[in-house]
Design a protein around this ligand. Structure first.
Ligand SMILES: [Mn+2]
Length: 321
């Protein structure tokens, strides 16, 4: 049986569900969690949307956010835990949840999905598209609230339909969600005009440290604690800054050096374009990541540790010229 029919069959036969998505939630994880919860409730099922981390500011206006609550002691066992956008309960911070079957719905490749039913489909731009298909298979009427959550999932996971995971199916699903009642202008405004002033202030301070080298192929910036404190910023406010380095036409490799509170160490984030594999550099410094996005921690003071990393980056870049 294909997994979508398997999951739909399980849901029809059971009544009480816990739902969860990964820690450090993003638009896809929150959108899926809410759409699936609203969809199950529309079928007359009990659906508990469990969230360990708070909903990020940008997603607090999505329909149904107040339904998300931290896991508590459940009086009765669940028929299943539905994991969305992750494949293991630890990724959702739920390793202690009372044992019940797991259903996994995810578009990330995973080496060890542990669900009783695992539906993993990396060809989808967003897990939200899988939830859309499941709800349609369950004949849930897709209302504007469900469509809004799924559109937000698709919009954010495709980088506003700019990433190379955007194919005809993603655009077609977006159009279908608009037909179901999602409002693209309102959702884009909610999700992308949600920065606190501290984040933009910090961005200005960090970008003013920009250095370019290797004929503009490499760019790097530094953030020390004073920059974060004087902007009144939080660690999460550094998100997205490195994208501005990558927006420079000539840049193939970008590095962001971040002091995160403890002055005896700092974090290095790397980004690259095309086939340039920065995960190999990160592994050399006991870190990890993917080909075009990787990171690691250096256990030295910021000023003392940067030169060694820069030297490794320059060697790497000249070897791949
Ligand atoms: Mn996703």
């Amino acid at each position: 049986m294909n997994p979508i029919d398997d999951i739909a069959g399980f849901i029809r036969k059971n009544q009480r569900f816990a739902l969860a998505s990964h820690l450090h939630p993003d638009g896809d994880s929150i959108g899926c969690l809410l759409a699936m919860t609203l969809g199950l409730q529309a079928l007359g099922k009990e659906a508990d949307a469990l969230g360990v981390d708070p909903v990020p500011f940008a997603y607090r206006g999505l329909p149904g956010v107040p339904l998300i609550h931290p896991p508590g002691k459940s009086s009765r066992p669940y028929d299943a835990l539905i994991l969305l956008e992750c494949s293991r309960p630890e990724r959702a911070g739920l390793e202690g949840l009372s044992p019940c079957p797991h259903i996994v719905i995810d578009h990330h490749l995973s080496c060890r999905p542990e669900g009783r039913i695992n539906w993993i489909e990396p060809s989808f731009g967003a897990t939200g598209q899988m939830v859309l298909r499941l709800l349609e298979a369950l004949e849930v009427p897709i209302c504007a609230d469900i469509a809004t959550n799924l559109y937000a999932a698709l919009l954010t996971d495709t980088g506003s339909f700019q990433f190379n995971n955007t194919n005809a199916r993603e655009l077609h699903d977006a159009a279908r969600l608009v037909d179901y009642g999602a409002n693209p202008g309102e959702i884009a405004e909610m999700v992308f005009h949600a920065n606190p002033p501290s984040k933009v202030l910090l961005m200005g301070k960090v970008l003013s440290t920009l250095q370019l080298e290797a004929q503009g192929r490499m760019a790097w910036v530094v953030m020390n604690r004073q920059a974060m404190e004087s902007a009144g910023a939080l660690p999460e406010d550094t998100e997205g800054i490195i994208q501005h380095l990558m927006s420079i036409h000539s840049v193939e490799l970008a590095a962001f050096f971040k002091e995160d509170g403890d002055p005896s160490r700092f974090r290095v984030s790397l980004r690259s374009k095309g086939l340039l594999d920065v995960s190999s550099i990160a592994q050399g410094f006991s870190g990890g990541g993917h080909r075009n996005a990787a990171g690691f921690t250096i256990h030295q003071r910021l000023e003392a540790g940067i030169p060694e990393v820069l030297e490794a980056l320059r060697r790497f870049l000249s070897g791949s010229a």
